[in-house]
Ligand binder design. Structure first.
Ligand code: COA
Length: 339
């Protein structure tokens, strides 16, 4: 689906950002002591140097909570004022209840509807589009979206082709009506025919957990890396191009490009193909690895702390992930809440 929403009656923006990354750092050298790999291989193939790993007792909601509190504080919104909480995650605390409901309770968001959304690494962009719709339609006035992942719990630490990629973290944003600017358009898609190229085969209703599942290690991430690489480089380019065209914009108009942090080589390829100035590209994969739905809000929060998000900054965000899914959003940065 694709839309230029700039003409809509209610302008919608991100009025507060926050993120949390667990303290424990796992370096490439640490990984080289666990599987047959090297810092050199991981760095040149992915751009990753280290990633954060949650403590055994930490679940997705534990990472989401501090990120959400920071976003609320920045937006000047209290938890009681929230009417919607959406958590994008592929690693919920439990299959149900939703991590969003757990988070809403911990925050004290007693007036909010709360649900989880599963779109893999595209989860934050999908959540933003859903919540955009609710706010633009007048259904929600103060919404919170969070991308929160504890991928370390579904990673096979003996599989060198996947364990080098992922990290844990959470990023949050408050979404509200604003006076002007804000979200300009979305482009989203899914191709389920490639779903098995990036999946957790068991633990759902197709293959419930059983001794057989555990023996075959089907409770962990399985990935066809080369196929996902090809898919990602293709759709991140086409999605951005189609969205910019729908928004009557070109790559020259983009001040800041925030790509999902999957692999630096994927991003380099996309940037080259789009003809984007590499100076405009935000990367933090070296420090966090791929944190799935948390990667974009973590990038945004860090960009803001670094002064890169000013009133009027035009931001292009693109993501790709399990599903297979993809999505882009184009927006003009403004935090001026509605008067
Ligand atoms: N350390 C050392 N060697 C490794 C390795 C590791 N961690 N992982 C794989 N290799 C080996 C392979 O076994 C293979 O060896 P072979 O040639 O003897 O068979 C060789 O390195 C090349 O493997 P290949 O899979 O072709 O590497 P690649 O350049 O495609 O890089 C990925 C692998 C996973 C980094 C890359 O495919 C990728 O990033 N894909 C996208 C994944 C992704 O982003 N997923 C999330 C999307 S949201």
């Amino acid at each position: 689906m694709i839309a230029n929403v700039s003409g809509n009656h209610i302008a919608v923006g991100l009025t507060g950002l926050g993120f949390y990354a667990p303290e424990r750092v796992l370096t490439n050298e640490d990984l080289a002591a666990m599987v047959d790999t090297s810092d050199e291989w991981i760095t040149t193939r992915t751009g990753i140097k280290e990633r954060r790993i949650a403590e055994p007792e930490q679940a997705a909601s534990d990472l989401a909570l501090p990120a959400a509190r920071r976003a609320l504080e920045q937006a000047g919104v209290t938890a009681e004022e929230l009417d919607l909480v959406v958590v994008a995650t592929a690693t919920p605390d439990m299959l149900f209840p939703a991590t969003a409901a757990i988070l809403a309770d911990e925050l004290g968001a007693t007036r909010a509807a709360a649900y989880d959304l599963l779109a893999g690494c595209t989860g934050f962009v999908y959540a933003l589009s859903q919540v955009y719709g609710a706010v633009a339609a007048g259904l929600s006035r103060r919404a919170l979206i969070v991308g929160a992942e504890v991928l370390s719990k579904i990673t096979n630490w003996q599989d060198r082709s996947t364990c080098i990629l992922f990290g844990d973290g959470a990023g949050a944003a408050v979404v509200q009506p604003i006076t002007a600017g804000g979200i300009v358009g979305f482009e989203l898609g899914a191709d389920g025919s490639g779903g098995l190229d990036l999946c957790v085969p068991a633990g759902g209703s197709r293959r419930p957990v059983s001794p057989d599942v555990l023996e075959q290690e089907l409770q962990f991430i399985k990935m066809n890396g080369a196929e996902v690489f090809r898919f990602a480089t293709r759709v991140m380019v086409s999605s951005a191009e189609e969205l910019l065209a729908a928004c009557d914009a070109t790559v020259e108009d983009v001040d800041l490009y925030v790509p999902h942090q999957a692999n630096k080589r994927i991003v380099d390829h996309v940037v080259r193909n789009l003809g984007l100035d590499p100076e405009k590209v935000l990367m933090n994969i070296d420090r966090y690895g791929n944190t799935s739905s948390a990667s974009i809000p973590i990038c945004l929060a860090e960009a803001q702390a670094d002064g890169l998000l000013q009133e009027g900054t035009r931001v292009l965000i693109s993501a790709v992930g399990a599903g297979l899914t993809w999505g882009s959003v184009y927006l003009t940065w403004t935090t001026r809440g509605e008067e």
